[in-house]
Design a protein around this ligand. Sequence first.
Ligand SMILES: NC(=O)c1ccc[n+]([C@@H]2O[C@H](COP(=O)([O-])OP(=O)(O)OC[C@H]3O[C@@H](n4cnc5c(N)ncnc54)[C@H](O)[C@@H]3O)[C@@H](O)[C@H]2O)c1
Ligand SMILES: [Zn+2]
Length: 363
Amino acid sequence: MGKVVLKAELRRSWRTKVIIGCGALAELPEVLNELSPPNTLIVTDASLKHTWLPRVAALAREAGTRVKEITVGEGERVKDVETLVTLWRAMADAELTRKSVVVAVGGGAVLDVAGFAAATYMRGCRLVNIPSTLLAQADAAVGGKTGVNVAGKNTVGAFHHADAVIIDPSLLNTLPNSAFRAGLAEVIKHAVIEGEAGVRRVESRLASVLRRDPKALEEVIAGSVALKLRVVERDYVESGVRVVLNFGHTVGHALERVTNYGLSHGEAVAIGLRVESLMATNLLGFPEAEASRITSLLRRSGLPVRVPGVSAEEVVSAAHLDKKFVDGEPRLPLPRRLGDFEIVTLDWEGFGECLRNALRRCA
Ligand SMILES: NC(=O)c1ccc[n+]([C@@H]2O[C@H](COP(=O)([O-])OP(=O)(O)OC[C@H]3O[C@@H](n4cnc5c(N)ncnc54)[C@H](O)[C@@H]3O)[C@@H](O)[C@H]2O)c1
Ligand SMILES: [Zn+2]
């Protein structure tokens, strides 16, 4: 019997509208009017139930869509299968269809699980993200990655872009300092990927950002989001350039594991950014002066830059579990210059040696 082989190149085009600014939350009715959903489910985190949820719900109702709300738990725990099942049931009870909108309001954890529920319910309904932590505003709310933790972080997920993202820095007013600082690690990562202009933008506004000055926050978050969107536009499913967004995360993730998550993600990434910058000075001639600028930004942000009493061997064995390594070889994006990255592949021995040197300088 002959066989028929058909080939097609199938691309999904996606449009995401991102609105950034203090007071941007007030745009929600207009955003929903443009999407004109028959009904809307707001998903939020318990910590926002009495602060931002009532306002978001009132604004959504102004758009004339039927609105239901669901509050899930709090923090990383919500990124599990139980929450997902709860959300799917709530979506069915609210009679959502593919034309309906899920409005996810919260930090990266809620956005990830609500986004995955939206990606999978009826094979995908529409999504509006309203991030409420600095990490989520500067990073997690855009880029389309959604998912939950099953026997490891982010092991089950899907790419599903939000139709709109409303980033209102005034939501950060209620955010505790430690969570706020954690977000700065990703802001600094994006600035280094962007290059000199990005690093200068953060350097000159950091003091105001730490005071949570609205204008400075808007400018720094907008810069961060614009960079991430530029990278994601070029590489939707992380087959190429998107890997640069992993800067600081090879060592960061390994440190999270070694310390049994005693370090927050932001803290681990901060140390990871410093260690990997030093690895880059060694491997690619990244200027020492630029590595010092990165360390100084992290320090000024109140983030840790020293490795907490762990050996290079422990970090190397934790790095073995990195799911981003292709064929099990260590592979990580490192800067040659600010804004100019190379994806470096090493063998385990070379990786261990370079890491040991860098860790020694951060003890
Ligand atoms: N999808 C992506 O591209 C992407 C990118 C980076 C990180 N992430 C994920 O994001 C998660 C981390 O996100 P996070 O740092 O926002 O943590 P988070 O969502 O756990 O929120 C941190 C804490 O702050 C509380 N909170 C949220 N907003 C608040 C507010 N306005 N006021 C007071 N408290 C508030 C939360 O209840 C929680 O306890 C991780 O699971 C990570 O994997 C996803
Ligand atoms: Zn991160």
